[in-house]
Design a protein around this ligand. Structure first.
Ligand SMILES: O=C(O)[C@@H](CO)OP(=O)(O)O
Length: 287
């Protein structure tokens, strides 16, 4: 939405005041404009720094990660983007990322929803292992298949493992299989329904949305948004702490942005060379 109209719309809604004088002007509000969806992968975590498979292990941001996402918040503010609602995972590296962004944009008051469906992909029995040592043990090809193939999951953990979600109180009330791990495909199978059922209604209601999440949960989401093929998504890496801005049309289909890195339609905010270097860094975690 146009900034002024958007803020009038959201302030009036917030105060419970009737916003649009009649249904026709409300429709005009909603059709004359684009919907903005901002995706942010968390900043560098302590285990990104140590090069360990992380998945659902709840590690914090590193000092550099904090800096990255403070900068991400500033970039969102400078771009004039004013999200109305926010979503994140149950993991502190993404939650803290969102907090920094909302602080920098002076939007700490907007509604925030946390959902496990936006978590990082569960890395099964690889969680906690050093990525390079895993390459040395199993070979580069095998590890690349575990990291980036669409549907080959890493080895599972069972209920006796500290990494099984059944042993973590935050997942109480959710029923996970005894043998648990996730591929990008199964990650997509929980991210996409969550997006459709919980985030799409917000976008359709005229809200602009920010999602702070993870490398692989966001790979799943952009695969869905941009209809990216299984082979192509294997090559796609998402940099830490870098806002990725989608503009969606009335059917919530992405509108290709100028400067978008193919195959994405959204554009990254910030120094484009530095972003390319960050993407390369993610790729090279297993050389
Ligand atoms: O370890 C992880 O959970 C993820 C993201 O940090 O790693 P990768 O990029 O190897 O999928």
């Amino acid at each position: 939405m146009f900034a002024a109209a958007r803020s009038a719309f959201s302030i009036a809604s917030r105060n419970g005041v009737r916003v649009a004088p009649n249904a026709r002007s409300l429709a005009a509000f909603q059709t004359a404009d684009k919907h903005t969806l901002v995706l942010v992968r968390h900043g560098e975590s302590t285990w990104n720094l140590e090069n360990k498979f992380t998945g659902w292990v709840d590690v914090p941001l590193s000092p550099k990660g904090h800096e990255e996402v403070i900068e991400a918040g500033k970039l969102i503010k400078e771009a004039g983007i004013v999200p109305n609602v926010a979503f994140t995972s149950l993991q502190k590296r993404a939650i803290r990322t969102l907090w920094h962004v909302l602080e920098q944009t002076d939007l700490m008051w907007i509604p925030v929803t946390k959902a496990w469906q936006l978590n990082e992909r569960h890395y099964g029995a690889l969680q906690g292992l050093d990525k390079q040592q895993t390459v040395d043990k199993h070979g580069k090809e095998k590890v690349l298949i575990w990291r980036r193939s669409y549907d080959v999951p890493p080895p599972t953990v069972d209920r006796s493992s500290e990494h099984h979600p059944g042993n973590d109180p935050r997942y109480a009330g959710f029923d996970f299989p005894d043998e648990w791990t996730e591929s990008l495909k199964t990650t997509l199978e929980r991210v996409t329904p969550y997006y459709e059922q919980n985030i799409v209604p917000e976008l359709k209601a005229g809200k602009d949305v920010i999602i702070a999440a993870h490398g692989n949960s966001l790979r799943a989401l952009v695969k869905h948004l941009d209809n990216i093929g299984e082979d192509v998504i294997a090559e796609l890496n998402i940099p830490t702490g870098t806002p990725l801005v989608y503009e969606l049309d009335d059917d919530l289909k992405p509108i290709k942005q100028e400067g978008a890195f193919s195959p994405l339609s959204g554009r990254y905010l910030g120094d484009q060379d530095a972003i390319r270097a960050r993407i390369e860094g993610v790729k090279n975690q297993t050389k």
